[in-house]
Structures are given as structure tokens and as C-alpha cells.
Design a protein around this ligand. Structure first.
Ligand code: ADP
Ligand code: MG
Length: 362
């Protein structure tokens, strides 16, 4: 950024709220100016040259959308974060389409506000560096709406297909197979949307409870074995679970999901069958220690030149893969639980995924 100062313009006619935001942002080193109307906002855009604008949609003089469009037309580089009232998410989508970078719902959580501002500056810096613009922040907001748009027609297709299926001549093999293809594709799309949703889902104020990892693993193995009915007969699963394993503080659903993703990959890699060993052990250091889980398969393994991409969203070597499984794992294990995940593999021999989770609160 040409300016060393990070300047934010807060456009809101609620003086109390604007003052609160100003104090909050100034305490973090931002330079803040305030405009109580759309017209004042336009003036400040010229006089104060802000980098980021926090724009409330309900202004006394000009509609929020018009303010946004006017600012964008004279200063397209300014990052605009819009503030909406409760339930304004649908409206927010229109604003995102019109060029807003992000949106926040009122009442605004201070941490979320700071995070959004920080993100906006980060993206601006990336743009300034002429790096490829990582649209993830808005993708994360957008995707749930997009998912809705994809799922509704999918449900309709599935329903209509069931009717066609019932009425079709059971002797007509070509028709039967065609119906099956559509069903499988619909299912695949549904799963894809679900995985994308899991990936972009904002960090829920997660419920951390005491989790017995051994039990979670047994549950996961049985879930995945059911998913791969035919294959699971060829895969020989062995569990070596440390009976003295301490419970960990974790979000049970998330941990289970991370394990499912890892075990699914192991099964998918062992199309010819083989041994799949899951081992747990406790590591007491540093206190209160960690729990180490090792997933060792005898599948096809991973080529050296792809190792670096494994955790990257959408990286897949599978015909029907989403490439989100490990990206989700990493997010859950490292970001949400302060743990570690590591993949070791030899092409043709097999893969070992090791997860380490802290026992104590994170
Ligand atoms: P997906 O399973 O949809 O491809 P993932 O993120 O789960 O996405 O995995 C990304 C890639 O990592 C896979 O496509 C595969 O190439 C590789 N991979 C992950 N786990 C294993 C494993 N156990 N054995 C072999 N390859 C694996
Ligand atoms: Mg996977």
C-alpha cells in the first residue's frame, strides 16, 4: 500500500456505534474517520482517502446501494465492508455482487469486526502486490447461499427421477441404467456441496467437551466400513488403542469428521485391499500432554511431487474427488484444536497420516 497508515472510514448515522468502532479500531493502530450520511461519506472518500470503508446500509440521505456504487465508480480499489441489520444476509448477497468485499450483521461482534477489517487490508495488500486475489473471505460468505441454489434443484431432480423410475418399464435396461447414472451424479453433487459447506462453515462457537478419542475412532471405523461395503471385506482393519489414553477437550463432531476424512482416503487408496492399522498413544509432554493417532494404510501411496499440495483446497488426484477432505482436516486439527497433522507416504507402498491433539484446553 502506498500509504503506511491504515485508514478506515466508518459510515453510520448512529454516533454511539460509530464512536465505539472508532475507539476499537484506533486501539489497534488504525486511523479512523466517521461520516454520518451518504453525502458526507462521499466527501470523506475524497478528503481522507480511506483504504477500507465500513458502510451501514441504513443512512438518512442516500440508500446504501447507491453509496456503494458511487464510491466504487470513483474509487474502485476501496474495500467496502457492509453492515446489515439482523437477517439482512440475502440483501448482503446483492451488495457483494455490486462489489462489497464482505458483510457483517449487526449487532457486530468486536472480534469479527476486527477480523473483517484485518482481512480487508490483507486482501488489499495482496492485490497491491499484484498477487492472485484470494477470494476466500467472500467465498466463505457466499457459498452457503450458492449451496442453497444448487441443492433446491437437486432435490427436485431427485424427486422427479424417483417418479420416472417408478413408472419406467423394468425391462428397459438402457433407461434403468440412465436413471442410475443421474441418481449417482445427483448424489455426487449433493456430497460435493456438503463438503464445500463443511469447508467454508465459519468457526462455530464450538462446544468443547471431553472426548475419548478411542471411542470416536471405533465409531468412525464402523461408519466408513458401511460406506465402502464391498471394499471393507478386503480391507483388514486393526485397532491398537491405548487403554490409558486421556480424554481430550475437543469438539466431538469436528474431530469425528476429520477422522472420517482420513479413514475414507485410506479406504479409497486400498482398492485391492490390504491392512489398515489405527493406533493411539498418549504423549505426556509437555503437560497436560497430547494424544497421538496414527492411521497407516497399505494403499497406492502418494507421489513425491504432489506431497506439497495435499492440504490445498480442491487438490485431488481422484476422478470423483473434491480435494476438500484433507483441507477440512487441517482446519479442524490445526486451526480449531491447535493440534498437528502430518502425512508420510511412499508411492506404491502406503500412507501414514498422524494426528496429534492437545489434551488440555486450547
Ligand atoms: P479427495 O479425497 O477428495 O481427493 P482429500 O483432500 O481427502 O481429497 O485428499 C487429497 C489427495 O490426497 C487425494 O486425492 C490423494 O491424492 C491424496 N491422499 C490423501 N490421503 C491418501 C491416502 N491415504 N493414500 C493415498 N493418497 C491419499
Ligand atoms: Mg478425501
Amino acid at each position: 500500500m502506498e500509504d503506511l497508515e491504515r485508514k478506515v472510514l466508518v459510515v453510520d448515522d448512529n454516533a454511539e456505534f460509530a464512536g465505539m468502532v472508532r475507539r476499537l479500531l484506533e486501539s489497534q493502530g488504525y486511523r479512523v474517520s466517521i461520516a454520518a450520511t451518504g453525502n458526507l461519506a462521499m466527501e470523506r472518500v475524497i478528503s481522507d482517502t480511506p483504504h477500507v470503508i465500513l458502510l451501514d446500509l441504513k443512512l438518512p440521505d442516500i440508500p446504501g446501494m447507491e453509496v456503494l456504487q458511487r464510491i466504487k465508480s470513483i474509487k474502485p480499489d476501496i474495500a467496502i465492508i457492509i453492515l446489515t441489520g439482523y437477517g439482512g444476509e440475502q440483501v448482503a448477497v446483492d451488495f457483494m455482487k455490486a462489489g462489497a468485499m464482505d458483510f457483517l450483521s449487526k449487532p457486530v461482534d468486536k472480534d469479527l469486526l476486527l477480523k473483517a477489517i484485518k482481512n480487508a487490508f490483507k486482501i488489499k495488500e495482496m492485490q497491491a502486490d499484484d498477487l492472485k486475489w484470494d477470494r476466500q473471505p467472500s467465498l466463505e460468505k457466499f457459498f452457503p447461499f450458492l449451496a442453497h441454489e444448487i441443492r433446491n434443484p437437486l432435490h427436485a431432480i431427485g424427486g422427479a427421477l424417483a417418479i420416472i423410475n417408478r413408472r419406467s418399464d423394468p425391462k428397459d435396461q438402457v433407461l434403468g441404467e440412465s436413471i442410475k447414472i443421474i441418481q449417482e451424479e445427483v448424489e455426487h453433487l449433493n456430497e460435493f456441496v456438503q463438503e464445500c459447506l463443511d469447508f467454508v462453515r465459519p468457526p462455530a462457537k464450538s462446544r468443547f467437551i471431553e472426548v475419548q478419542v478411542n471411542d470416536a475412532l471405533s465409531t468412525v471405523i464402523s461408519i466408513v466400513s458401511h460406506m465402502f461395503e464391498g471394499l471393507s471385506r478386503k480391507v483388514d482393519v486393526t485397532l491398537d488403542l491405548d487403554p490409558a489414553l486421556p480424554r481430550i477437550l475437543a469438539n466431538y463432531e469436528e474431530i469425528k469428521q476429520a477422522f472420517v476424512n482420513i479413514v475414507k482416503n485410506a479406504f479409497e487408496s486400498m482398492t485391492d485391499g490390504g491392512e489398515f492399522a489405527v493406533r493411539t498413544r498418549a504423549n505426556p509432554n509437555p503437560p497436560p500432554g497430547t494424544v497421538i493417532i496414527e492411521f497407516k494404510d497399505q494403499g497406492i501411496g502418494i507421489k513425491k511431487d504432489t506431497h506439497q499440495y495435499l492440504f490445498r483446497p480442491f487438490f485431488t488426484t481422484k476422478l470423483r474427488g473434491t480435494g476438500l477432505g484433507l483441507a477440512i482436516c487441517r482446519r479442524i486439527v490445526m486451526e480449531r484444536h491447535d493440534g498437528n497433522i502430518r502425512v508420510e507416504s511412499e508411492w506404491g507402498k502406503g500412507t501414514t497420516v498422524t494426528v496429534e491433539l492437545p489434551v488440555g484446553p486450547t
